[in-house]
Design a protein around this ligand. Structure first.
Ligand SMILES: [Zn+2]
Length: 104
């Protein structure tokens, strides 16, 4: 899961970036960098994505592996960490929604 943070997010084709400097839709690449880690780390996993064809949010239903230990120093090797870059899972909250049973 942590490796996904480092993957660049591409904005191209029908999902170009609206550049406010040159006032044009441009191809772009978004990268995530981490400079400092918090004492306690809370991760929220976005489970919706926008469907540009249907113009609505869709639920992402693929399985997600929850790692019990996250080691940022192994993923972001180029960063000189001043503090511990390792987190151990303390707990998780899973939101589920059950469809209401309607009378037939
Ligand atoms: Zn631009």
């Amino acid at each position: 899961m942590l490796q996904e943070i480092k993957k660049p997010e591409m904005f191209e084709h029908d999902n170009k970036y609206d550049c406010n400097i040159c006032q044009k839709m441009q191809d772009a690449k978004k990268l995530t960098m981490i400079q400092k880690l918090p004492k306690n780390l809370i991760i929220t996993i976005g489970r919706f994505q926008f469907n540009r064809n249907l113009l609505l949010n869709e639920k992402i239903c693929n399985e997600v592996e929850i790692q019990k230990v996250l080691k940022f120093d192994e993923i972001f090797e180029e960063v000189k960490w001043e503090e511990s870059a390792e987190y151990h899972l303390y707990g998780k909250i899973i939101h589920t929604v059950a469809l209401a049973q309607l009378p037939l």
